[in-house]
Design a protein around this ligand. Structure first.
Ligand code: FAD
Ligand code: DHB
Length: 483
């Protein structure tokens, strides 16, 4: 017999997207249950992203999970781009009016978020099995799973958030979903090494034998990547071969600069893929992050995009579940896909420019290697990166902690107080009678059931101006994030 329970938002996946969503929902007074099929230790150790955009840093800071990021993150003004043995500095701070990038590894963000969820008493189940979602077109979708000790659970939810990454179970539940995909004929071999980085900023190098990226995790740990064929066996890459290849691909003409070597502590091969699934919502199921889209890692957009979805989703769910206003939820997929496609184009462009495509013909090679194009890139003009980066980075992530309350006369407030003590179904029915004159929202009342909303034409007429929808309030606004 399964243990049954009730929550507002059932979240699948404790990656950065699922964890941040449950945290932002808690800040907004909405409860959630988060279910993850891996162990906590596995989630905290999984090596992935390293570079955060300014908007992401501000978001984490304003959500109260930026303390260690501020202490240990390494802020860089820009990056180096290297072509044919010539290394050039690209200063993002100058090109984008003050935006920078920060090195802070994804496992650290995951650790910070897990620690905060547990400290706040959040419901997070690691090492769950048989995770399943059903009833997404009904008012009470079900999240079911078996916990670590073998007990089966069924959680009745208002909404399910599929934050379960590319291989998750949620995306396949959306019928007739459209998928747009590109697999690249190369992969990344990534290493982590106990070696002080020999560079002050990241180096993206295009060499005739393939791409290489010099990144870092701290002043004592380097993170480096090499373009390799897809599905390359790790056995083909003993440590000596990796260091020799890195030194070849980062060699600067006429200089004896070299990569710092050290003990390699982690080695993995990652395939490169662009993937966008649309729409990102069906009924009561919302997808966020890698569950809906993947970009090749060259532009460092994946984690930043995932967290951007989460901000849009947290705001939409707050409006829907605390105020019975589903407009933002209805706009969720289109709002996210707009940014997703910009980032998909950017990442495809940057990947094509910096990698050697074994399938490219002469035409492709000429397009990529035109000196004028490369000059534009290095100067931060032309198609990219200054302009593109600016466009993407200039759209900050703004969590909203409080939606406006329509001005309500005292009689209304009295009625609201009475209705908020009724069981939800009765409250909904009676409210729909009184709200012929003005829509009501329920900041502290019972959860709205179903897709109840006041008479649509009245909603439109009484809708507050856009600016007040984003009015600052609460801890996020105090931190200066909300507009
Ligand atoms: P995930 O991190 O994939 O989390 C999904 C979670 O769901 C996982 O914990 C998974 O175990 C869980 N899950 C899956 N199935 C189930 C199930 N059935 N039940 C329960 N739980 C389930 N992005 C950047 O922005 N900057 C970078 O510098 C960068 N570098 C990268 C370098 C590499 C080599 C790679 C591979 C990626 C990089 N990315 C980067 C991308 C970034 O890591 C991802 O976009 C990010 O992890 C997405 O977060 P997510 O929470 O959406 O998904
Ligand atoms: C890292 C990964 C990236 O894909 C990137 O573009 C920059 C940095 C990293 O892992 O540090």
């Amino acid at each position: 017999m399964a243990v049954t329970s009730r929550t507002q938002v059932g979240i699948v996946g404790a990656g950065p997207a699922g964890l941040l969503l449950s945290h932002l929902l808690t800040l907004a007074g909405i409860d959630s249950v988060l279910v993850e099929n891996r162990s906590r230790a596995y989630c905290e150790a999984r090596q992935r992203a390293g570079m955060l955009e300014t908007g992401t840093v501000e978001l984490l800071r304003s959500a109260g999970v930026g303390k260690r990021l501020d202490a240990e993150g390494i802020e860089h003004d820009g990056i180096y781009l290297q072509f044919a043995g010539e290394r050039h500095n690209l200063n993002f701070r100058e090109l984008t009016g003050g935006r920078t990038v920060t090195i802070y590894a994804q496992p650290e963000i995951v650790k910070d978020l897990i620690a905060r969820r547990l400290a706040d008493g959040g419901a997070v189940e690691f090492s769950a099995s048989d995770v399943a979602v059903s009833g997404i077109t009904e008012d009470r979708p079900l999240l079911s799973y078996t916990d670590e000790s073998g007990v089966a659970h069924q959680v009745s939810c208002d909404v399910i958030a599929g934050c379960d990454g590319f291989h998750g179970i949620c995306r396949p539940l959306i019928p007739d979903i459209s998928v747009y995909e590109r697999s690249y004929p190369f992969a990344w071999l990534g290493i982590l090494a106990d070696a002080a980085p020999a560079t002050d900023e990241l180096i993206y190098s295009r060499h005739e034998d393939g791409f290489a990226l010099y990144s870092m995790r701290s002043h004592a740990v380097s993170r480096l990547y090499l373009q390799v064929p897809p599905g390359e066996p790790l056995e083909n890459w003993p440590d000596d071969r990796i260091w020799a290849e890195l030194n070849r691909r980062f060699k600067v003409n006429g200089s004896d600069w070299s990569v710092s070597e050290g003990r390699i502590t982690d080695k993995s091969v990652t395939p490169m893929r662009s993937f966008v699934a649309a729409p990102m919502r069906h009924g009561r199921l919302f997808l966020a992050g890698d569950a809906a889209h993947i970009v090749p890692p060259t532009g460092a957009k994946g984690l930043n995009l995932a967290l951007s979805d989460v901000v849009v989703l947290a705001n939409a769910l707050r409006a829907a579940l605390a105020h019975a206003d589903w407009d933002l939820a209805d706009a969720y997929s289109d709002t996210c896909l707009d940014r997703v496609w910009r980032a998909t184009h950017f990442s495809w462009w940057m990947t094509s420019m910096l990698h050697v495509n074994p399938e490219a013909d002469g035409f492709d090679r000429q397009l990529i290697a035109q000196p004028a194009q490369i000059r534009d890139v290095i100067a931060g003009g032309g198609a990219f990166p200054g302009r593109e980066l600016h466009r993407l980075q200039a759209r900050p992530l703004r969590p909203v902690t409080a939606l406006p309350r329509w001005p309500r006369p005292p009689a209304y407030r009295a009625l609201e107080a009475v209705f908020s003590r009724l069981p939800p179904a009765a409250g909904d029915r009676r409210l729909s009678l009184v709200t012929r004159h003005r829509p009501l929202c329920f900041p502290a009342g019972p959860r709205p059931t179903g897709r109840w909303s006041p008479v649509p034409s009245l909603v439109a007429r009484h809708k507050p101006p856009r600016s007040s929808v984003q009015a600052p309030a609460g801890p996020l606004a105090r931190e200066g994030l909300a507009r």
